[in-house]
Design a protein around this ligand. Sequence first.
Ligand code: SF4
Ligand code: SF4
Ligand code: FES
Length: 574
Amino acid sequence: MQFTIEVNNRKINAEKGETIQSALNRNGILIPTLCRMRDFTPTGACRMCVVEVEGRDRLVTACSQPVEEWMKIKTHSPRVIKARKTIVELLLSNHPDDCLYCDRNLNCELQKLSEELNITERRIKGRKVKMRLDQSSPAIVRELSKCILCGRCVRVCEELVTATTLDFLNRGRRTHIGTAMDRDFNFSSCINCGQCVLVCPTGALHEKHNISEVLEYLSKNDVTRVIQYAPAVPYALAESLGVRYSKEFDRVLNSVLRKMGFDLVFNSGFATDIYIDELARSLLERRDAGTVAPVYLSACPAWVKYAEQHMPGLLGDITPLKSAQQIAGSLIKTHIAEKRNIRPEKLFSVSVTPCIAMKFEARRDGMTRKGVSDIDAVLTVMELSRLVRLFGIDITNVGEEAADVPMDMRSSSALLADVSGGYTEAVCRSLNHIIGGKELDRSVFRKVRSGSGFREVTLSVQGREFSFAVVDGLTSLSRLNALLSSGRKFDMVEVMVCPGGCVNGGGLSFSSTREMIRNRSKFIYQTEEAEAVAIASKSPALLSFYEKTEGFDSKGSEYRSLILTHYNRRDVLL
Ligand code: SF4
Ligand code: SF4
Ligand code: FES
């Protein structure tokens, strides 16, 4: 039901049941918020969104208060502005004064509010409390003294990620955000997804940077500097630098990375093709062996850690295939190093990815050989974007170059791997190709491309049926488990922790809106459709690699030792 309310002496339309904030926003009036997150029930914790309602003594929070027909609202009266200003001034009163050195400098919601509310001096002086700087996690840094207790991270971790790692601890002035028993992150149940980093309005939570060590190695002459980048990185980098993406951008990125000083540049999509091809073949083997349980993907390192902590009984059904990053990393430090006559310890190997959890994955047990790590440093897209600016590279004017062989090309299936449901589609294509089915029409996959958090598709090839499930965000695991308990059979289950897939990864832009995430997926599908090689198992780079490299065909034992890993039950504080 629609009705009219009065806002700032003008009439606007409102809908029964919506909040004051929603009615205002629809009518082009913006009010500041801090604790509010779209799609989450409002808590009214920060009171930044207060407005004046005629007849009410106290200011009301627009994000949580439903609109009512009789309301006359003032959104920017002197009283309202003073209240908002005081809230920000109080937050700033004990906030560290190190904006210039903060991870979120120029991208901080508190800084922005302070500027918008015209706060130009420190009116309220509070005692600066030195709180813990937790650098124990390989992926995320916590700076508790920058926390403004908005609670966004707690809610995202509990309601969206379901890891329930963070909570409010203590009371009154001693209240802070912490993990179980207030221990450091590395002891906690955190799965390193980085979704809390994306919603934190200040620099209280941020990714662990590897920029300094990369810079150090870029200036060394006695090492070979190698870099690989995930298929979605060129697009995400263009987005973060505000540059228009074109299909040549992969080649532009190769040129940019060489200008920074990298000696060898690889497209990790080559390894994604290995992953897809191997997985498709293993599905056939499992079917022939009469295995009933589905195989679970291992491509999302946050999911693998979640399973190790919460579902250890499932570990035998997670494919032992390493992720594409780690497959490429082990090939670089063995086969490629040997071919180029470089000692593995003299090779510095960097990976660029949209995912923060890959920083953790590179440090996992089983990702080293004789004490040498397969990957030495993992950069997120945001870190790469900083490096491009640091090196003063004009990305619009660098020319185009090919990546280095053998990892110079990928199929379009590898690009799909960065969206939720993409691995499923890619494995179906390879499976269909291996069995000898007719070319698949992309419309078969309409249902796995979008929809709810749980999606499924059945593929019929040569009289054989294969069923696939897509779990897009861990909240949909319960739906999968309910179906499995009712006797439903799946051959493969794809699980991605970040809703939407890696296009919503923790290593991407902080201010990603739902629309930006949707656009990234849309763009990936459009780009993919225009590319020539759609099936991972038919990638010319992969076929040539298998053909030219003795012992490295898909059955060679040397090769298998490089691409497989293991998982262990993980005891953490829950
Ligand atoms: S990284 Fe993910 S799991 Fe860890 S605290 Fe943040 S939201 Fe929770
Ligand atoms: S860590 Fe960030 S998101 Fe979490 S409560 Fe503090 S300021 Fe808010
Ligand atoms: S945004 Fe409304 S109370 Fe925080």
